[in-house]
Design a protein around this ligand. Structure first.
Ligand code: ADP
Ligand code: ADP
Length: 232
């Protein structure tokens, strides 16, 4: 089954002589339970695809079907609710709140939604990510790898169906990267999630089930990975 699908997706920035065609009619569907890497040179449209599919940025033309609805037809309030309930984001820059502890940061999406903290799931995430002993620390007291794990736990605390990750290992050394990517792979399997990850790193992409390559606002390659890095 398809988790999210873009149909004839066009995104232009600016107009007239200064128009930038960031997406030139992209057709792509992402199956449920798949971990996909999106690669391509800087400026090729990777972030724009991710932002429009997440409803953070409006499309110029085309449609985005997610969970039986066309998100290009939703208003801001509907989009906010959709993101809160069904989508998780992992950023390269972590975006943790410095005044709050790791635990408070992880629980923030539930706090903002006015939902009860899910302590059992928090413990499970923290244990699996190896940050149980760091939960009472603030981000400045954590290593880059630990901060990224906190950011991943925060993205997964609501058990989102769809996870967007923008260079999630961009600031990590290769050992931490491997552990984080392994965890994302397992998360896809265990929660039946769909993960779409933008990366410049071929090693990171080797953990994915599929790699899509962008150039100049269009998909130029789309390959299934017969041997993802680790099959555990
Ligand atoms: P990356 O290649 O890691 O996506 P970019 O430098 O391309 O980073 O983009 C960083 C941010 O700046 C993005 O949110 C993007 O939308 C915005 N951006 C990129 N190019 C332009 C531009 N020409 N004018 C205004 N904003 C831009
Ligand atoms: P990538 O993520 O692959 O680096 P982007 O999606 O950030 O590429 O950018 C695709 C194209 O759109 C680039 O030419 C970029 O400069 C342009 N762009 C991105 N965001 C903006 C923006 N907010 N305003 C104007 N141009 C933008």
């Amino acid at each position: 089954p398809v988790a999210i699908e873009a149909i004839g997706l066009v995104k232009d920035y600016g107009e007239g002589e200064n128009v930038v065609h960031a997406l030139r009619g992209v057709n792509v569907s992402f199956e449920r339970g798949m971990f996909t890497a999106i690669m391509g040179p800087s400026g090729s449209g990777k972030s724009t695809l991710m932002h429009t599919m997440a409803g953070l940025d409006s499309a110029t033309r085309g449609h985005i079907l997610f969970d039986g609805a066309d998100i290009t037809e939703m208003n801001d309030r509907q989009l906010t609710l959709l993101r809160r309930r069904k989508i998780g984001f992992i950023f390269q820059s972590f975006n943790l709140l410095p005044m709050f502890t790791a635990e408070q940061n992880i629980l923030m999406p539930l706090t903002l939604a006015g939902s009860k903290p899910d302590r059992v799931w928090l413990r499970t995430l923290a244990r699996t990510l190896g940050i149980e002993h760091r939960l009472n620390h603030r981000p400045s007291e954590l290593s880059g790898g630990q901060q990224q794990r906190v950011a991943i736990a925060r993205a997964l605390i609501t058990k989102p169906k769809l996870v967007f990750a923008d260079e999630p290992t961009g600031n990590l050394d290769s050992v931490s990267s491997g552990e984080v990517l392994d965890f994302l792979r397992r998360s896809v399997r265990e929660l039946g999630q769909t993960i779409i990850m933008v990366t410049h790193d071929a090693v990171a992409a080797s953990y994915a089930d599929r790699a899509i390559v962008f150039a100049d606002g269009a998909i130029v390659a789309d390959e299934r990975n017969p041997t993802p890095e680790r099959m555990n």
